[in-house]
Design a protein around this ligand. Structure first.
Ligand code: PMP
Length: 322
């Protein structure tokens, strides 16, 4: 779907996948006005296909567009584009545990100019690709970055824009150099509080049956999985706290047994248990560092069973497509 000022959204179409033609002065190539979403279509119990809370992706997309001074995309267009594509690609929605059709809605600025100002022309596209589980079974190890931060107050941390990820790649590469699977970012002011991971939010289980996660203060992405898990945790009688978490407290608490479990969560990662956090001069193990925590796995089961249509969708999160 195309947008131009004055004309609004127009020319919606579905075509076979092919390369895009862009003018070399298309503003996205220079000023990075680009936003995206990540979502999945699941095959449900009865053989149908459904997405998970797509309205939330549409809302977050609009919020990202607002932050990046891009055109507003009405929720109906977002929803319709995703639904139509999934319908056409329904044979590509795989069945089986951890499998889904990954959907990538995105918007780029296509106006041709060099100069720093918001563009007046945009293109919204959705592409799809079948995927399996993001991480294998077992726990992930996480490198705590003290050299790079992901977002600063007043920055774009709460928007899903490509630039955030471009800036985080070097830290992700660092985590591999240190033998870890993923990176954990700290706040940019003091490097003291936990923020989030490269493409996931992070949560910890405290020994007073409380699930704790950093609050949404504008520097982290408001994860839709994060929100669902907090709700499922409450449903299961856990206490939930969204509160600033000091990295030193987590390291000390992992050693003392106060923090028993940790996991990363997101559309791609679902719930991935964290076995260890590592930083210069130290390591924090959750449990034995290898075994997924019981509560984390219980929450994962609850979430994936809703997504696969195996249990009652008490919160109305499932959006049936076929
Ligand atoms: N944080 C970041 C930086 C991410 O890229 C993602 C994935 N979209 C998340 C958190 C989790 O968000 P969601 O649960 O909506 O996928």
């Amino acid at each position: 779907v195309k947008y131009s000022e004055g004309k609004g959204w127009h020319d919606a179409k579905i075509t076979a996948r092919k390369p895009l033609t862009l003018d070399p002065a298309a503003s996205v190539l220079h000023y990075a006005q680009e936003i995206f979403e990540g979502m999945k279509a699941y095959r449900t119990e009865g053989g149908g296909i459904a997405t998970f809370r797509p309205e939330e992706n549409a809302k977050r997309f609009r919020a990202s567009a607002e932050r990046m001074a891009m055109a507003d995309l009405p929720q109906e267009i977002f929803m319709q584009a995703v639904d139509e594509l999934v319908k056409i690609d329904q044979d590509w929605v795989p069945a089986g545990e951890g499998k889904s059709l990954y959907l990538r809605p995105f918007m780029i600025a296509t106006e041709v100019f060099l100069g720093v100002k918001p563009a007046s022309e945009y293109l919204f596209i959705v592409i799809a690709c079948p995927v399996g589980a993001y991480f294998g079974s077992g726990c992930v190890s996480v490198w705590v970055s003290e050299d790079y931060t992901r977002a600063a107050p007043g920055g774009t941390g709460a928007a899903k824009c490509g630039g955030n990820y471009a800036a985080s790649l070097v830290a992700q590469r660092d985590s591999k150099t240190h033998g870890c699977d993923q990176v954990l970012f700290l706040d940019s002011r003091e490097q003291r509080f936990i923020e989030e991971m490269g493409g996931m939010n992070v949560m910890f289980l405290r020994d007073d049956n409380t699930l704790v996660t950093p609050p949404l203060t504008g520097t982290i992405l408001p994860g839709i999985t994060r929100d669902a898990i907090l709700q499922l945790a409450r449903d299961r009688g856990l206490k939930v706290e969204q509160t600033p978490l000091e990295i030193d407290e987590i390291f000390a608490g992992a050693a003392s047994g106060r923090y028993k479990e940790a996991f990363a969560c997101g559309t791609a990662a679902v719930i991935s248990p964290i076995g260890s956090l590592r930083r210069t001069g130290g390591e924090a193990l959750f449990g034995d560092g290898k075994t997924a925590g019981e509560v984390s796995m219980g929450l994962k089961k609850a979430l994936t069973e809703i997504q696969a249509g195996k249990t009652n969708d008490a919160h109305g999160w499932i959006h049936a497509i076929t």
